[in-house]
Ligand binder design. Structure first.
Ligand code: NAD
Length: 364
């Protein structure tokens, strides 16, 4: 009997439906090759959900996500809903969903495809071998502490508890164990009390539960320099919410292209939310030119982290690499090639088809 997985698709707004559609077809093409069955259902979120129901996260959408094995999201938002005076915003749907599902660990891998080093602002020799994973705490810390504003004074509060630190570090340490066995914990322990608790907790947990994983602590200000100067030295990086917010964007710039980077948000169970790191790209929506690879690579993360289908995940990743090797590029990467490589510019659907053709080649 093939494994049947219930996947909720949240295409969202702008280019979201275009990149999610290509990803769904890619998963359907993969299924028979790995003896899997996917049961997909679409639900609204974000701007289109506001238009349909008045809410950016309708009850039906949340209920379906709570029942699913995994959730694949495109992107939410766009100029149509961008009026800041409106109390209902598309992004609220996403924040509410992460909170409701208890998705406290945000995973963003950054791998530099050698074919695309020219897209990065850094020199190729610095990028050689870059393959890192940033794990950011997503539901605590400075963004969720008590705050006050109005008048001449305002404050935010940075609170972490030991259990909050332990659970996200466990996710990061387990990932490190499956990768190159190295964990870098980022904090500001020379100044902040919450960072000192973070550091003590990480040190103790790693010694007790993950003695086989090499641990280092790095101050956040130093980390921003190391990421630019020697990014290939890092394997898994874990940090609190605000530092992680900054580090993940910096790490994304190593790759140089928004259209290539996937992400996962995980909680205690296997269920996760998978999405590209880019937004809804309203400037190119509806033109059939969006790069679907970040979403297709997010589906590979879904296979790995929520469904335990590592071989199928690798098949997708290798098909993407082979499509790039063969010189196929969506317009966002049109000018990016090695000096001796010929590039063929293709649209969203063609790129999906090319990836699928390499999937079949992989299994055969
Ligand atoms: P964006 O990521 O949507 O676009 C930035 C630039 O990158 C644009 O020029 C766009 O065309 C390009 N781009 C992004 N993804 C691409 C892809 N797959 N292929 C080719 N080019 C791509 O960021 P933005 O313009 O700042 O935001 C647009 C909307 O998306 C806003 O409403 C914002 O709030 C929303 N947004 C949503 C999410 C999310 O859903 N998680 C994340 C970021 C931004």
């Amino acid at each position: 009997m093939p494994n049947t997985y219930h996947i909720v698709l949240l295409p969202g707004d702008g280019i979201g439906p275009e990149v999610v559609r290509e990803t769904r077809i890619t998963l359907e093409a993969l299924a028979p090759l790995y003896d899997l069955t996917f049961d997909f259902t679409n639900y609204p979120i974000g701007g289109n959900a506001i238009d349909e129901t008045g809410s950016p996260l309708p009850d039906d959408t949340l209920a379906a996500c709570q029942q699913a094995d995994a959730i694949l999201l495109g992107a939410v938002g766009g100029p149509k809903w961008a009026d800041p005076t409106k109390s209902v915003q598309p992004e609220q749907g996403l924040l509410k969903l992460r909170k409701a599902l208890g998705l406290y660990a945000n995973l963003r891998p950054v791998r530099i495809f050698p074919q695309l080093t020219a897209a990065s602002p850094l020199r190729p020799e610095i990028l050689q071998g870059v393959d890192l994973l940033v794990v950011r705490e997503l539901t605590g810390g400075l963004y969720f502490g008590p705050r006050q504003e109005g008048g001449e004074e305002a404050y935010d509060t940075l609170i972490y508890t030991r259990p909050e630190v332990e659970r996200v570090v466990r996710v990061a340490a387990r990932a490190a164990r499956q990768r190159r066995g190295k964990l870098t914990s980022v904090d500001k322990a020379n100044v902040l009390a919450s960072s000192r608790l973070w550091r003590q907790t990480v040190t103790r947990l790693m010694a007790e539960a993950f003695p086989d994983v090499t641990l280092e602590h790095v101050l956040v200000d130093a980390m921003t320099m190391h990421l630019i100067r020697r990014p290939a030295d890092f394997d898994v990086i874990v940090s609190g919410n605000m530092f992680g917010d900054i580090i993940t964007d910096e790490a994304a710039m190593l790759a140089g292209s928004m259209g290539m980077l996937p992400s996962a948000s995980l909680g205690d169970g296997a269920r996760g939310l998978y999405e590209p790191i880019h937004g809804s790209a309203p400037d190119i929506a509806g033109q059939g030119v969006a790069n679907p690879l970040a979403t297709i690579l997010s589906a590979a993360m879904m296979l790995r982290h929520s469904l335990g289908e590592e071989d199928a995940a690798r098949a997708i990743e290798s098909a993407v690499a082979r499509a790039l090797d063969a010189g196929y590029r969506t317009p966002d990467l049109a000018g990016v090639a090695e000096p001796d490589q010929t590039v063929e510019v293709v649209g969203t659907e063609a790129m999906g088809e090319i990836v699928r053709s390499y999937l079949a080649g992989e299994s055969g």
